[in-house]
Design a protein. Structure first.
Length: 207
């Protein structure tokens, strides 16, 4: 069965591939946005990660007729009352400018000693009505958190987004951008959310 991963980020597709292999789920062919006909990207108007993940998964399922997995994730900083949160990708005002986002966050936290934070991910699976036994669309969401703290300067070349600024609590002394892809998949917020979602994918393909 083909399942659309509603992202152009190859790393996200590979994360889900790794989780499916780990969970021994077979019979799934993951396709990315690059593999389907283009469709309008939905506005991420949700106030929570779950709402935005569902918006993206619904759009992908509606446009392609495929079951669709989408995620929304970001960094929640305790001293900023959980922000940047759902605004993480556009914290600086421009979507996807990682360096500007990181620079702004460092400036905002410059004099703050309390630097605990968490990466949060919500993954959604939307199955179109045509693919369900009862003829009704099915929606499943799962959330994962990765606790840690903000560094005072970026470190590491791996990952993306706020990875160079995030020191995971379970990997003291390293940023998440200094972890190997395997180490990150094992621990990360998205990996945790995808593992929570895996039983719903397994049920879909009859695994």
């Amino acid at each position: 069965m083909k399942i659309l991963v509603a992202s152009g980020n190859a790393k996200k597709l590979h994360e889900l591939e790794a989780v499916l292999a780990e969970c021994a789920i077979e019979g799934v062919e993951l396709v990315s946005l690059k593999d389907v006909e283009p469709y309008p990207e939905p506005a991420e108007t949700g106030l929570t990660f779950a709402e935005n993940a569902l918006i993206k998964a619904r759009a992908g399922a509606t446009a392609t007729g495929l079951a669709c997995v989408a995620d929304d994730s970001g960094l929640a900083v305790d001293a900023l009352n959980g922000m940047p949160g759902v605004l993480s990708a556009r914290w600086c005002g421009t979507h996807g400018d990682d360096q500007a986002n990181n620079n702004l966050l460092l400036a905002q936290m410059n004099d703050i000693e309390h630097r605990t934070a968490a990466f949060v991910s919500c993954c959604a699976l939307v199955v179109p009505a045509a693919l369900t036994a009862n003829g009704q669309p099915r929606e499943t969401t799962a959330e994962g958190r990765w606790e840690g703290a903000l560094l005072r300067e970026p470190r590491g070349e791996n990952g993306f987004g706020y990875d160079p600024l995030f020191e995971p609590a379970d990997c003291p002394g390293r940023s998440s951008a200094e972890l190997s892809p395997e180490e990150k998949n094992e621990r990360s917020h998205r990996g945790k959310a995808l593992r929570e979602l895996a039983p719903a994918i397994a049920a879909l393909v009859g695994a």
